[in-house]
Ligand binder design. Sequence first.
Ligand SMILES: Cc1ncc(COP(=O)(O)O)c(C=O)c1O
Length: 433
Amino acid sequence: MPLNMPQVDDNNIWHPFSIQSEKHRNTYVSRGDGAVLFDENGKEYIDLVSSWWCNLHGHANSEIAEAISCQAKKLEHVIFSGYTHGQAVDLTQNILNHMPDALNKIFFSDNGSTSIEIAMKIAYQYYVNTGDTKRNTFVAFEGGYHGDTFGAMAIGASNGYHDVFAGLLGSCKFFKYPCITDGCDIESIESDVLGQIDDYFSSYGNTVIAAFIEPLVQGASGMQVSRPQFLNAFVKLCHQHNIIVVFDEIMTGFFRTGKMFAMDYIDDKPDMVCLSKGLTGGFLPLGLTVVASKIYKAFRSHDIAKAFMHGHTYTGNPISCSAANASYKILMRDATQRRIAKIEEFIRDNFYKLNTIECVRNVRTMGCIGAFDLSCNNDILMSVVNSLKNEGILMRPLMQRTLYWIPPYCITDDQMIRCFDTMFDVVSEVTKK
Ligand SMILES: Cc1ncc(COP(=O)(O)O)c(C=O)c1O
């Protein structure tokens, strides 16, 4: 650890999503290996949240590190307007292998929020380019989180994270996200929501630019799980009303839900898909917005006014793309696919055992994601989290009520068993007091 680390970190670094209280001291992480992070004393923490949901194959994965190193020695970056490179071409092919035929154009950027901004802007300009300038509102779901830039905040305005900026955000109509909770009548909730969306589109559909959804699992609002039946019906409804549908697969992509993409659970497909996080295996920032050719065609013109005038300096960065290609190669291997199936099975078979603990509510699982709520105050929740940390388990709560797993795929059976048993004991003990 650098000698002056606590002083500089305390005095000069402003960490994200962190209350700035004087008491707080960040844990210094010196290295990572597989699912484990090590602090300066060599204490181990099993990273059950994949360091903000992006690590797929473990920390410091040598294959991805090697690919990055090779690429850095060959071409570190190149302007992506008028120039291109092999890593972007390979990545495009890799991703298109898993997209429906109709989605065949990819716009590169450098994080999740920007891939969302791009989808919002492309949808809007699509209509402008086709002579429809009346559209002025987006549609999204309550609790949805799509990033922290202004456009992304507008379509996530109901999630509680962006309240301070409410007065500055663009227009968005929100509908209830029909997530599965203890004892709910999910079919009737879904049909109410679909009825409300249908009514809204019937009256105002011609003002809607696009509808955004986190498919199957809303992440930041607490790993809220909804059904593929709802997702399919929602996409169908949008298409009946000619509304562009955008799937935010930034968290759900790359087998988090058990399939490559959440859209693989349904028959009707979105018109745009946003990807980031797991895309590079958790090594480097990169965002992709995958666009249907029918939308892209409205931008094909000699008229500069019809061009999509958007780009970020590090758009399509070759080193980020090389990490993504290396991660994809590992992801597609039989051994990784077997691990993913094993993690899914472990989470499904074990998480519901938590229902025997008194204050546990709404246990839910979807693929490699497991979550539950605690009906206790935030101090107790934080005691649970701190006790888990003392036991060498990194979990971070959401919405002051939800604990969850979204582990790297390299996590071993022994690590999962140890984490689950410890978590069960800690939650039981701490919440009993
Ligand atoms: C579903 C979803 N969309 C968008 C984002 C924003 O991505 P980024 O943090 O890379 O801007 C996130 C980040 O957590 C997310 O979970």
